[in-house]
Design a protein around this ligand. Structure first.
Ligand code: C2E
Ligand code: MG
Ligand code: MG
Length: 636
């Protein structure tokens, strides 16, 4: 028996050990499990070598002792197998108690296996001349292999069954590692003098290290702080342990460095990072370029430390000048109220975007209320994302009646989401979140594409219709490539531009207004027309109509309703109608529910009526049926 290959394995593991311990590491359960695998493999390879040497010197030492060492080597094989199980269980059972309970079963089996291995005989297989031991065999070996096999089968079974709960990279790494072990043992089984199992095990550890466990993957290269990946793992583990921890988020917005000379900023940034690294009893992460998370490991001392940190920031970072840096502070005294690592990162994004106090206040204490709001928003965001992914975004159509032609001549496309249970969710529940999270871009695009597909399938002219009105969100209007994107979609489906009318609202900011105007120009050149939606809500401004190249003004339901309820509103609306007609624009009156309301609007000279009086917004097939009925009636 030779020991050269195993010695190479030992050297490989020692090199890896050197790299591993030299790097800054975060204390995570999964990393501890990797340590377990590492040591089990190391001890196994060392015992492989030791047992070979002892067997070779069994006459000088003693026969029972040689057998004892050889059997101990076999048991170290069992420890490798159980460490593999522990390594994947740590990923699957994030709850520590469940993990421990699961592992207890395996340890019991392992102890039984070890007792069995020691208790039954072990034999040597000799070379042809009978002088050299080639390998060991017999019941002791079979017991070890049998128990290891159970462990390995369990590993593969869990990896298959708990696929969804496992990190896919961990699955892949473990598969490669075990394939190396199993492949090597097969080769060794066929060529008994080729003792490569130990070396293959060491190589497998190298694979785990490179693919998954290299601590450098948890570090931010520029600052040496832990990165967002580490933050996520760290938070995930603390939530799994149901442990509370105070968390401080320091945000350096553009304004933070306004008191620091431009040429000094880079150096001061580094100084701040060094300061953050040195704070005791905390783990510091860099989540984004301007965002640092400080997790306090000593709950009792957290508030006192925060006081000190903030005090430091009141002083200059430069001796000669007043280089004071003014970050924003978000403080979450009880991070456990968030409940999930994903939510923790989302919460900070939410507060930065949503909370007005964020820009006004320097120190923002995050409480239950903010967390609850964030959670609601997160749920809606998920609803939209899933609907987009699973094609559960639907478009309903509400007919618009022309008073002059006495028939339906257009319709408004209104988005709906069908939730996972098949229930319809109205836009009031999700448009705002879609706008805040930017998902409106995808959602609006999906709606427009569906409308174009609908028109292609049901040419509007066949139903006596002229165009479909499609809502544009303020966010979409401020997107510089909107016109190109929409023209591309119309071309894709071969839709005539006169079939489309886009509804815009007044709420675009002045900045977005420039982009909106450019988009409108481009689309109008193509032949698309525009409506001004929501007229009569908020601070509607007649001047806006003068500025905007729209063809139609849509009176909001609140405006039409107040006409019937409030004496003064009548005069305002009549004046508006007069002016809008004077500008040669058409009007659509929304929210008309009764015959009386319809008659009044008609008498006022309003050209188009939209409302429940004619129909509620309808799904595609019902809308087509409605138009077909309508056609028959009008023909009669
Ligand atoms: P909107 O564009 O002003 O659409 C008119 C809303 O009034 C629709 O509500 C419609 O169902 C409702 N409505 C029409 N007639 C009546 C009536 O007689 N009585 C009553 N009670 N309501 C009536 P919906 O579909 O819930 O849409 C609400 C808002 O959501 C829309 O107001 C629009 O601002 C937005 N929205 C809908 N679809 C889209 C979309 O695809 N993109 C964007 N960005 N926003 C959309
Ligand atoms: Mg509309
Ligand atoms: Mg409207």
């Amino acid at each position: 028996m030779h020991i050269q290959i195993q010695c190479c394995g030992i050297v490989l593991l020692l090199v890896l050990f050197y790299f591993y311990v030299r790097q800054k590491r975060i204390s995570l359960y999964t990393q501890k499990a990797f340590w377990g695998v590492f040591w089990a493999t190391f001890v196994c390879v060392v015992f492989d070598v030791v047992s070979i040497i002892v067997i070779q010197h069994r006459y000088e030492l003693s026969e029972p002792f040689a057998k004892f060492v050889a059997k101990t080597y076999l048991i170290t094989l069992l420890t490798v197998a159980i460490s593999a199980l522990s390594y994947i269980c740590v990923d699957i059972y994030t709850n520590v108690d469940v993990y421990k309970k699961e592992m207890k079963k395996y340890w019991a089996l392992m102890i039984l296996g070890a007792i069995g291995t020691y208790a039954v005989p072990l034999h040597y297989n000799y070379s042809a001349d009978g002088t050299e031991v080639l390998y060991t065999f017999g019941p002791s070996v079979y017991v070890t292999y049998g128990v290891s096999l159970i462990f390995f089968v369990r590993v593969f079974y869990l990896m298959y069954k708990e696929k969804a709960r496992m990190n896919p990279r961990r699955r892949e790494a473990v598969c490669i590692w075990l394939a190396m072990w199993i492949g090597a043992s097969q080769i060794q089984f066929m060529y008994t003098n080729l003792l490569i199992v130990g070396y293959a095990g060491a190589m497998g550890i190298m694979v785990l290290y490179l693919k998954l466990e290299n601590p450098a993957t948890n570090l931010d290269r520029k600052t040496g702080l832990f990165n967002s990946n580490a933050l996520y793992q760290y938070a995930k583990e603390l939530y799994a342990k149901e442990k509370d921890f105070p968390l401080l988020v320091i945000i350096f917005t553009n304004n933070a460095y306004k008191n620091v000379r431009l040429d000094k900023r880079a150096a001061i940034k580094m100084q701040i990072i060094e300061y953050l690294i040195k704070i005791p009893d905390v783990v510091t992460f860099k989540n984004a370029e301007d965002e640092y998370f400080v997790a306090f490991t000593d709950v009792e001392k957290a508030e006192e430390r925060i006081g000190k940190i903030r005090e430091r920031f009141q002083n200059s970072w430069d001796e000669d000048e007043e280089s004071i840096v003014l970050p924003h502070w978000l403080y979450l005294p009880h991070a456990n109220i968030v409940g999930k690592a994903e939510h923790l990162l989302y919460l900070v994004r939410y507060v930065r975007r949503e909370e007005k106090e964020f820009s006004e206040k320097v120190f923002f204490n995050i409480g239950h209320e903010t967390v609850d709001e964030m959670r609601r928003e997160h749920e809606v965001e998920r609803l939209i994302l899933e609907a987009l992914e699973q094609d559960r975004v639907e478009v309903f159509y509400q007919p618009i009646f022309s008073t002059a032609e006495q028939r339906i001549t257009s319709a408004e496309a209104l988005v709906r989401i069908r939730d996972s249970e098949g229930k319809i969710v109205p836009p009031g529940m999700f448009i705002e979140v879609a706008e805040e999270t930017g998902l409106i871009m995808k959602l609006g695009g999906a709606v427009f594409e569906k409308v174009c597909r609908f028109i292609k399938k049901h040419p509007l002219e066949c139903y006596g219709m002229q165009y479909i009105e499609v809502n544009l969100s303020v966010i979409q209007c401020g997107y510089e490539h909107l016109a190109q994107d929409y023209i591309r979609i119309m071309e894709k489906y071969g839709i005539a531009s006169k079939n489309i009318n886009l509804e815009i609202t007044e709420s675009a900011s002045t900045n977005a207004k420039m982009t909106l105007m450019k988009n409108m120009e481009e689309l109008m050149k193509y032949g698309v027309k525009f409506s001004l939606d929501d007229f009569g809500t908020g601070q509607s401004n007649l001047n806006y109509i003068v500025d905007m190249p729209v063809d139609i003004v849509k009176f909001d339901r609140t405006m039409t309703n107040s006409y019937f309820e409030n004496g003064k509103a009548k005069y305002v609306m009549e004046a508006a109608i007069h002016m809008i007609h004077g500008m040669n624009l058409e009007i659509v009156s929304e929210g008309i529910e009764t015959a009386e309301q319809y008659q009044t609007m008609k008498d006022l000279g309003i050209s188009h009526i939209q409302g429940y009086y004619f129909s509620k917004p309808l799904p595609e097939d019902e809308f087509i049926a409605f138009l077909e009925n309508n056609r028959v009636e009008t023909n009669m």
